[in-house]
Design a protein. Structure first.
Length: 540
């Protein structure tokens, strides 16, 4: 760094403030601790999670920035704080605090330019650093913002009297005047859009966000910004520059939308991936290619979210169908159906239905709660007989008698245990508690469908309703696209019926406005769910 104004010994070390967020206690608890490198700043703890801690950290950083400004801003005589740690902040592979700190490594950016006040925020939102450093190191450090520039030191110049208001006079005005730097959740910027003191030298733009230096040939070309990167005004081909600028504007416009549009967002991510990949080819910047890969993944994830929410179909009235289960949750639901068909202690339809509903309640821990109302709703008059059979087979364990379970009320449910689902046994299911709850709710809505109850449908008909709902395409048709519906023998086996008796239960579901266009000719069950029950479809 230039030192015309005095010797190196006359310079003071650049100041550094580091604010961190770290887990407090067990990571699963979600609490975070806010700490500051300044000894006078006490640690703060936030049990509410990282979001609350991040807001507090930003406020803490802004407090320090306000105090720096009140104290005169960055000091022109300060030594580069980045150089004091071996320029490790912008040199890959180096660690701050190494033994040769203070001596820049071979090939590193050489310190130079005026002293600037910078703020750095890592992308994970866990570290913020305020530092006095040279302009070249600031330009070489990714995600580093320049907030203010110190006037060059002039120790040989005549002393300048203090202003009556306590500020420090310079040729360009009061140091720090009009440059109140603050940061927000989106990054750092000068308050009110002001710029550093006119006496300050030009400051390079950080490389990770850099635009080309201003030239006389800029003309009327548009400039813009996307993903915290400035699009160079002289980027070629010109169509790429225009696409990047328009994409940045499109993303910012999307953020202002009152309602999300996941299909539109997926399209924007796909365009971004293509544009950044071409930008990387043109400039040879590997970070642009990594950004393109992230955009590809974001596009795929967003599209899956959109398909999970809508299933890709529209109802007869033109509205998008909101599914009760996502595609992944529907896969888990089919896994549970297969498990119940293979492990029910008795092939009777009533037993299988009870095993299914109890399994969904105990799938995670092997235990659950039940009331008499639940059992009579599923099994009507067969509840006592079926429950007794499960207890005798040791598939189900109750704390009392079957009669006590049937009289239990919602305010005082009965706890039950399914031994084969206890945690010490091999786990048959890999889903979490949210998915378990969603699948259990889906099964309850299907079994307890109002029109099916009105038809007084038995356990076999309700199992058939569950099976058909779980094995539909996005448009509600039964079976996969490559098949001619559902195999009749598989349907009959799950419902504990002979294949020739499936048709009479299909008629009950048609009468209950559950199925339409139903046909059991040949070896296939064909048909589709009615619009009324499309939200319960399982998205094959």
């Amino acid at each position: 760094m230039a030192a015309e104004a005095g010797t190196q010994e006359e310079r003071v070390a650049g100041r550094v403030w580091t604010v961190r967020l770290d887990p407090d206690g067990r990571p699963s608890a979600g609490a975070v601790r806010l700490s500051c490198s300044r000894p006078a700043c006490a640690d703060q703890r936030f049990p509410g999670g990282a979001a609350a801690g991040r807001q507090a950290a930003i406020g803490h950083v802004n407090t320090h920035l306000a105090r720096i400004r009140a104290g005169g801003g960055p000091r022109g005589e300060a030594w580069c704080a980045c150089r004091a740690v071996g320029c490790a902040w912008h040199t890959p592979g180096l660690v701050a605090g190494r033994r040769d700190a203070g001596r820049p490594p071979a090939g590193a950016v050489r310190c130079g330019g005026p002293v600037v006040l910078t703020v750095y925020a890592d992308r994970a939102g866990r570290l913020w650093r305020i530092a006095e450093m040279c302009a070249r190191c600031a330009a070489a450090t990714p995600d580093c913002r320049v907030l203010d520039t110190a006037p060059p030191p002039a120790p040989t110049a005549p002393a300048v009297p203090d202003r009556p208001d306590g500020g420090r006079e310079t040729e360009g005005g009061t140091a720090g005047e009009g440059a109140a730097a603050v940061i927000s959740a989106q990054g750092a910027f000068p308050a009110g859009g002001t710029s550093p003191s006119p006496a300050a030298r030009p400051v390079p733009v950080p490389r990770a966000r850099a635009a080309s230096p201003a030239t006389a040939s800029r003309g009327t070309k548009r400039s813009g910004k996307i993903a915290q990167r400035i699009v160079p005004h002289d980027l070629h081909p010109d169509v790429l520059r225009v696409e990047l600028i328009e994409l940045g504007e499109a993303f910012r416009a999307y953020q202002q939308r009152a309602e999300p549009d996941l299909a539109l967002l997926a399209t924007l991510h796909e365009r971004k991936a293509r544009a950044f990949r071409l930008w990387a080819d043109v400039t040879g910047d590997g970070s642009l290619r990594r950004e393109a890969d992230r955009a590809d993944k974001a596009a795929q994830t967003t599209l899956e979210m959109h398909e999970n929410r809508t299933g890709g179909i529209v109802g007869g009235d033109g509205t998008v169908v909101e599914r009760l289960l996502t595609r992944g949750q529907a896969d888990h639901a089919r896994t549970v159906l297969e498990y119940v068909a293979a492990h029910a202690p008795d092939p009777e339809a009533e037993v299988r239905l009870a095993v299914l509903m109890l399994t969904l309640r105990a799938a995670r821990a092997g235990t659950g709660n039940i009331t008499g109302q639940d059992l009579t709703g599923w099994l009507q008059g067969d509840a006592e007989r079926v429950l007794q059979r499960l207890v005798e087979a040791d598939w189900l364990r109750l704390p009392g008698t079957v009669e006590q379970v049937l009289t239990s009320r919602p305010e005082d449910p009965t706890a039950f245990t399914v031994p084969t689902l206890l945690p010490e046994r091999p786990r048959p299911f890999a889903f979490g508690k949210t998915t378990r709850s969603r699948i259990s709710g889906w099964a309850q809505k299907t079994v307890g469908d109002r029109k099916i109850r009105k038809k007084k449908a038995g356990a076999a008909t309700r199992l058939l309703a569950l099976y058909t709902a779980a094995h539909t395409r996005p448009d509600g048709r039964l079976g996969r696209a490559e098949d001619d519906g559902l195999r009749l023998d598989a349907v009959a086996a799950f419902c504990a019926l002979p294949p020739e008796r499936v048709a009479e239960h299909i008629e009950l579901l048609v009468a209950a406005d559950w199925l339409t266009d139903a046909d059991t000719a040949g070896e296939w069950l064909r048909g589709r769910l009615t619009e009324r029950v499309l939200p319960l479809s399982g998205l094959l």
